[in-house]
Design a protein around this ligand. Structure first.
Ligand code: G3P
Length: 212
């Protein structure tokens, strides 16, 4: 499973990169809005830092404006992937961008049906939002499993990017289901490393060594 960082914070991205685990970055309008300064400069900086796909979302909701934004976004850097919400107009835009050879990440996916339509339209990635489904009492991981099954049934090449991952168990379940990629905030990435027995074991080794 590829691991992406779900962040627009350059310090978080550099910290994650230093662990050698990050193969891409996903941003969204909320994440970019949290950061100070010129957002395009920041996206350019992120794209230089990361040797892999960097998802950046269109803000417009009208198809013509979404297409214009997408064209501007891909001028920022060659590794920009255009994130487009799965609406009727979003699907038209994904289809159009696919025909022009521009890679897309279909976002705000909450069902396997939406994912299937996005894949048919030519999305490079679909991003099911696990945590937000859990938040409303549904089973976000079930949607990832459904998408995996549908994509395997029909041999679809669109990659499943598990998103809205809130804790280590979401990450593990996504990996067990065979998701192509998972995007995680830095806090979750750091939690993946932690285990109390590792800390206890290390303390014991150091203690025993000090006694020799
Ligand atoms: O970037 C999309 C997604 O990962 C958002 O996560 O935690 O805001 O639901 P969250």
């Amino acid at each position: 499973m590829k691991i992406f960082l779900d962040s627009a914070n350059i310090d978080h991205i550099r910290q994650a990169k230093s662990l050698g685990a990050i193969e891409g970055v996903t941003t969204n309008p909320s994440l970019l809005a949290r950061e100070k300064g010129d957002w395009k400069k920041l996206v350019r900086q992120i794209c230089k830092e990361i040797d892999g796909p960097v998802s950046v979302e269109v803000i417009a909701t009208d198809p013509a404006d979404m297409l214009a934004e997408a064209r501007d976004l891909v001028k920022i850097a060659p590794n920009v992937v255009v994130k487009v919400p799965v609406t009727l107009d979003g699907l038209k835009v994904i289809h159009e961008l696919h025909q022009r050879g521009i890679e897309t990440n279909a976002t705000l996916v909450f069902s396997a049906n939406q994912a299937l339509l996005a894949a048919k339209a030519g999305a490079g990635y679909v991003s099911p939002f696990i945590g937000r489904l859990d938040d409303i009492g549904q089973d976000g991981m079930q949607v990832v499993q459904d998408i995996m099954t549908v994509f395997r049934n029909y041999d679809l090449s669109t990659q499943v990017l598990a998103a809205s991952i809130r804790h280590v168990n979401h990450f593990l379940q996504a990996a067990l289901l065979g998701a192509d990629a998972a995007t995680v905030p830095l806090a979750v990435l750091l939690d993946l490393v932690k285990h109390p027995l590792t800390d206890i074991g290390l303390a014991k080794f150091l203690d025993d060594w000090a006694k020799r």
